[in-house]
Design a protein around this ligand. Structure first.
Ligand code: FAD
Length: 465
């Protein structure tokens, strides 16, 4: 029987970060992982997808770069080298996590954990089991893909994101079911790598819930590149042979059949809690079975905490990690809580999308007297000089005092740009604060400053409206 102050179940961004902080705070910490340290994000999500997206984007840019005088006549994609590089990136990060856990004196157990009772975790490691008597448990078991009836993943023709990241060639014809963040990232990537891509989305816009102006630009660009987008549409059935699928789609303009080589299903995820005995332990769950907690990550059962995706949307690695830190600090008796104002979100499609705080619609619904201002990348020197000048920065502020409520960015490096605004909102900054901050020239963040100058009524590089 092992003993611990904290047993963290799951070694993803929520769990491993929690374990590192708990161990740093002097708690005897065990982290149990049934697959690979780093979880979904490092092994099957954020990192491998962005590695491949980067290569696809580079390939596309070099092909387009003839107009800049860069000619590469025999450019092609070596898929096996691309996969090798991706795996090297992942392995490096997984190794780094193991190094940090061990370096901070956290114990790693590679096995499947079951939460037997409040203070007891049973771990199955191969043919043997070990028990841990633990003062606290942090459930950080993440999520798994939702399977739709008739569209069950077979791993060959009908695949999920995990299989899509392992493909050894770009599918000739790819159907992406679900136009959310993950679906769009894969659609953009495979289109660049040569696939003929169709997206079927059941809602009336791609990236449901996002700013419609942003989404319109993304859709326009996808369509300009030949991607077919069907909104308010759904897949009725899929008939599969060894190599292809015939998919029946219902759309507002009528039904049709689509022959494709792969169907990538990306329609959502659900919490992975089968081994946590939540019902027997009396742990409360909410919508969709996600574990309910307070802002200290405590469930209703003393000594049981939950962090990350298993607590529910937004399903984001950076949110999971921050929650992991909060749980560890609360267990150590520190005055910690999830009191952040905003959680930035990014989508690595083309152009990239990033958002933080309220959209215009949400700010209006919340009763604010909203001021909106935009700045187009087409008017920004740095964007033009990189050849990526599509898109804009949109700043949503309070009309009375200029308090920044939210920012949406669609365009080059949106994912990197958004952090400045997240900090601004956390610090309670106004548009004037951002406008008065000197931004280096020529850089992309100037677009945020320019949009803020416009919001303050003092635009320089666009006309006053
Ligand atoms: P997970 O990362 O899912 O980790 C849970 C871990 O628990 C897993 O390793 C699992 O093996 C382990 N586990 C489960 N049950 C047990 C058990 N009984 N015993 C032991 N171990 C167990 N997020 C972003 O922020 N940015 C992105 O760009 C991004 N891109 C993504 C792309 C894709 C294709 C996907 C699928 C996801 C992406 N995400 C992204 C989401 C991100 O991966 C998750 O938000 C993040 O991994 C959640 O971390 P977590 O620790 O809560 O759970």
């Amino acid at each position: 029987m092992r003993e611990a102050d904290v047993t963290v179940i799951g070694g993803g961004p929520g769990g491993y970060v929690c374990a590192i902080r708990a161990a740093q705070l002097g708690l005897k910490t065990i982290v149990v992982e049934s697959d690979k340290l780093g979880g979904e994000c490092v092994n099957y999500g954020c990192i491998p997808s962005k590695s491949l997206i980067t290569i696809a984007k580079l390939y596309d840019r070099v092909k387009e770069a003839q107009k800049f005088g860069l000619v590469a006549p025999r450019l092609n994609v070596d898929f096996s080298q691309m996969q090798k590089w991706k795996s090297e990136v992942v392995d490096k990060l997984v190794g780094g996590i193991e190094f940090l856990l061990k370096g901070n004196n956290a114990t790693i157990l590679k096995g499947e954990a079951e939460l037997v009772s409040k203070g007891k975790v049973r771990v199955t490691i191969g043919d043997s089991t070990e028990e841990i008597e633990t003062k606290n448990v942090v459930i950080a078991t993440g999520t798994k893909p939702v399977q739709l009836p008739g569209l069950e993943l077979d791993g060959k023709i009908v695949i999920g994101s995990k299989e899509a990241l392992e493909l050894t060639d770009a599918p000739g014809r790819l159907l992406v079911v679900g136009g959310g963040a993950i679906g769009l990232e894969f659609a953009s990537m495979f289109q660049k790598l040569g696939s003929e891509v169709t997206i079927v989305e059941i809602m009336e816009q791609l990236m449901p819930g996002s700013d419609p102006e942003v989404v319109r630009l993304v859709q326009r660009k996808l369509e300009a590149r030949g991607v077919k987008v069907y909104l308010q549409s759904k897949v009725l059935s899929v008939s599969r042979t060894d190599h292809v699928a015939t998919v029946a789609v219902e759309s507002p303009t009528g039904g049709f059949l689509l022959d494709v080589d792969k169907v990538l299903v990306s329609v959502g995820r659900k919490p992975r809690t089968e081994k946590m005995n939540l019902e027997a332990l009396g742990v409360l769950t909410g919508n969709g079975g996600y574990i309910s907690t307070n802002n200290k990550m405590q469930t209703n059962v003393e000594g049981i905490y939950a962090v990350g995706d298993v607590r529910g949307p937004p399903l984001l690695a950076h949110k999971a990690s921050k929650e992991g830190i909060v749980a560890a600090e609360c267990i150590a008796g520190k005055p910690s809580a999830a009191d952040w104002k905003v959680i930035p979100e990014t989508v690595f499609c083309d152009p990239e999308v990033a958002s933080v705080g309220l959209t215009e619609a949400r700010a209006t619904q919340a009763g604010y007297n909203v001021k909106r201002s935009r700045f187009q990348f087409a008017a920004l020197g740095r964007a033009l000089s990189t050849g990526e000048a599509e898109g804009f920065v949109k700043v949503i502020s309070k009309a009375e005092d200029g308090l920044v409520l939210g920012v949406q960015i669609v365009g080059p490096e949106a994912s990197n740009l958004i952090s400045e605004v997240a900090l601004a909102i956390e610090m309670g900054a106004t548009v004037e604060d951002i406008a008065l901050t000197i931004h280096p020239h020529p850089t992309l963040p100037e677009a945020i400053m320019e949009a803020s100058e416009t919001a303050s009524g003092k635009p320089i590089h666009q006309l006053k409206t």
